[in-house]
Design a protein around this ligand. Sequence first.
Ligand code: SF4
Ligand code: SF4
Length: 401
Amino acid sequence: MTDPKSHSENPEARNFRGEGGGPGRVYIVKCEDYDQVEKKLRDLLEMMGGIGRFVKPGQRIILKPNLLLAARPEKAVTTHPAVVAAMGKIAREITPKIGLIDSPGSGYAYNRKALEKTYRTCGMQEAADEAGLELSYDESFETVSFPAGTLVKQFSIITPIRTCDGYINLCKMKTHGLTFMTGATKNIFGLIPGRAKVGYHGTMTTRELFAAMLLDLMALAPPKLTIMDAVIGMEGEGPSGGRPRRIGLLIASDDPLALDIVASEIMGLPQERNPLLTEAKKRNLHPSGLEDVDVIGVPKEQLRIEGFKLPSSFAKERFHLSALFAPVAKSFFTVDPRIIKTKCTACGACRDACPRDAITVDETAEIDKKKCIRCYCCHEMCAYNAVELHRSLFYRIMNKT
Ligand code: SF4
Ligand code: SF4
């Protein structure tokens, strides 16, 4: 897990920017509602030079939406089925072999039952019927060696992604308790099968380590194209417990990092507080900031939207802890997961997602604070909004929230 090397030394690693060329270029169209998606997506792809740049006749292509958990589309937890159906229809005009897969969040086993429930609830069955997509129930995965990884040298990857000719990343614009935002790069954590994700959370215990792991995974398995569903995103306590927020955009790039730089700007998440972008900068990845990205469709100075609410775990650094007091002060300056017992249905998804076995479930879930590493997977996986992120009094005073 050390010995950093260039990704280009590894034959497994494809071009980080996919196969469409155009480094650091991000395309945006306004799209106020999901009933306009197909037309707007066609416009967006036309701006990029057409779908034929990314999909070739006869290729087997996988669509990889964000299906974090089984939630109805109007909750804005998952990629909207209208985006999936539109992308599927357009891609099928080039090749008939278009499949769909995602491995949902770490609280779900990676098996047919979980996939059926997720596809059904998230509207993927209807999207597949409309666009003629093949929903994948393949539960297998492969262990892939990645010696060029800066932090992680081996990944488990779901087989449909390994055996296709390329995948299209259909991510959602949302906030996230751990990484502050989830977009193009975070969405590919769904290439890791089911509960194997728990192990990654248990090992990569800080934002920085988790971001480093995601960049390695992206270098190993970059998408051909990323489309972000930012028609209605999520603000506040994302990725599952926040509020839907109308943003009115569809965003595309063959460079996932460039897309995340733009999405971070739209959400008002400063680059220097975005763990993914700070890690990318440390690695000298390009683009390293908004100044390195060509944005086509919306002027850069008009990207940011007013009043977008970031998660509780995000705070402006209004003061710096001295080395002497840091250990003591840190314990006051926390955001802890807490169970709202009146909402808890004892389903057990949080317990299954917890990398530290810190959760027991009897009549309701209970968290052992001493074991908790604040990865927020329990918060992420609770479909009932029964895990809140509780800010300490000191934290609230210091951040005036
Ligand atoms: S808090 Fe309760 S409802 Fe939420 S995931 Fe845990 S057990 Fe299920
Ligand atoms: S209890 Fe703590 S360690 Fe366990 S999933 Fe929740 S935040 Fe992570």
